[in-house]
Ligand binder design. Structure first.
Ligand code: B4P
Length: 192
């Protein structure tokens, strides 16, 4: 199976590139951000709890997102592979994902990290905030908080995959097609 972790700070283009990748490789897209926003719009207890944290730019507890991913893996047992978008965001989540996949005789093929500077991230998210209505995209202070959460809790997830020799960095600035082409080159190497 082809299992890719698409990694990067908020607004790096993970969601954008995931949509292209699932079409090209016929994979299942698992975005914890999208799943959580689905829970919020359905008004579930989980969604109500998650919203309080997401609106402040904070991460949702590990056990919540790990449980969600575990359910999605079970629901998609026949998948050819997965794009993990926005997950894992902590080392505990990365360890849990490895355990879940190992129990299915599977594993992560590689992590692809989109590299984008903070000024560009701010710009992109504020533009998206104008149309998306996402509260976490509309306030520069909340965006800064999300980037701070990324720096303090999420950036180290790259070291986790680096130590397994599964880490690949791709420049995340440029046209969407150009970035997609560079991601595809990494995947072609991985699947040779
Ligand atoms: P996410 O939904 O994962 O949000 P994100 O990091 O902002 O999105 P992404 O990087 O995918 O941005 P996109 O491609 O859309 O998380 C939201 C919140 O959910 C988190 O803050 C947290 O609270 C919670 N959460 C989610 N997962 C969690 C987990 N595992 N553990 C704990 N909490 C979790 O790109 C952004 C914008 O840039 C778009 O408007 C796009 O059009 C634009 N763009 C993309 N590529 C571009 C390019 N090349 N050039 C110019 N613009 C580009």
């Amino acid at each position: 199976m082809l299992n890719i972790v698409l990694f990067g700070p908020p607004g790096a283009g993970k969601g954008t590139q995931s949509h292209h990748l699932i079409q090209k490789y016929n994979l299942v897209h698992l975005s914890t951000g999208d799943i959580l926003r689905g829970e919020i719009s359905n008004g579930t207890p989980l969604g109500l709890e998650a919203k309080k944290l997401m609106d402040q730019g904070l991460l949702v507890p590990d056990e919540v997102v790990i449980g969600m991913i575990s359910n999605k893996l079970d629901q998609n047992a026949a998948a050819k592979g997965f794009i993990f978008d926005g997950f894992p965001r902590t080392v505990a989540q990365a360890e849990a994902l490895d355990q879940l996949l190992t129990s299915k005789n599977d594993g992560i093929s590689g992590m692809i990290a989109l590299e984008v500077d903070e000024e560009e991230l701010q710009k992109r998210l504020l533009i998206r905030g104008k149309d998306s209505g996402r509260p976490d995209d509309q306030n520069p202070e909340i965006i800064k908080k999300r980037v701070a959460e990324y720096t303090s809790k999420t950036a180290q997830v790259a070291n986790y995959y680096q130590s397994q020799h599964k880490f690949y960095a791709v420049k995340g600035v440029g046209s969407i097609d150009e970035i997609f082409g560079n991601i595809v080159k990494v995947i072609e190497e991985l699947t040779k």
